[in-house]
Design a protein around this ligand. Sequence first.
Ligand code: DAH
Length: 356
Amino acid sequence: MFLKTDELREKFIKRSEELKAVSDVDQLRIEYLGKKGYVSALMQDLRNASAEEKKEAGKTINELKQFIESAIAEKIEILKKKEVQLLIDAAESYDESMPSSNDLGSYHPITLVKREVESIFTSMGFTVEDYSEITDDYNCFEALNIPPHHPARDMQDTYYLSSNQLLKTHTSAAQNTILRKYKNNLENGNPIRAIFPGRCFRNEKIDACHENTFFQMEGIMVDKDISVSNLIYFMKTMLSEVFQRDITVRLRPGFFPFVEPGFELDIQCLICGGTGCSSCKDSGWLELCPCGMIHPNVLTAAGIDPEKYTGFAFGLGLTRLAMMRYGVKDIRVFNSGNLKSLSQFTEKSFVNPESK
Ligand code: DAH
């Protein structure tokens, strides 16, 4: 018996040294501590032993069991740390002091991210729509179920033009126009699937996280029987493509007058993998995209019967996505016009997991 426990202990240590990922630890745990594992087998062997033998061998087996349990817990901790480090290494890092690697000019980082998201959505049957930066109160607010004096307007203080027009505060301002443009398709059995990226403006105090000029990308899908699961599917697919890995998302309730129910979509932190770090303020989650099921009043305002059709909408913060994608910590970089910073972002600087 002693011989067996010693042998098993050595075998276990060897096997555990070979483990590379947290997911491999479970297999080892089952092999040793599972119902049909080595430790249970040792216990079974004891069935016909004398009381004295049982006492002594039982103690040795228990020690072995405790050793394996704590070694496994320790191994999980070590491997978790390693995996987090790998994620950190794989994340984009942007260093303003680096010289640009190309002399041929480059696209603005928002353009690069916008094009990437556009190509993902067009591959899923969405059209890309254009909408002006100047709009009016009706499109920006009223058609979105935000009547005059509604408190939701407080968060979207904008710049009014003398012509009674205004600079759009969000890409949702295009919803009414796009829904109207395609509503006849619904009768022919064709869903409305559209994204509309655009520059938005708000009267914000500027700091590292806030800008008065930023980019969003709105998306809508309307058809018979569209539900929250369609919304989750499209968002998860898009984000997994953008970040080139399987992304875990969660929905929290969020209030926006133009959706019911409304949500905040969070993604599990890409830096720490959900364990908590400074990037996610120790929560393990990053807020990325408000969304929800289009409010019946918004569909009605566009001439679509909410009894017949339902749809989802989302408002992706493109500027925020670009910051996460490239590891840019200060939002002011994007509007700085500083070529030294801005020319560093090329298609080449996207993470290519194959090359890691
Ligand atoms: N337009 C909102 C904003 O900028 C964001 C938003 C929320 C867009 C929910 C949506 C949505 O399409 O469903 O604050």
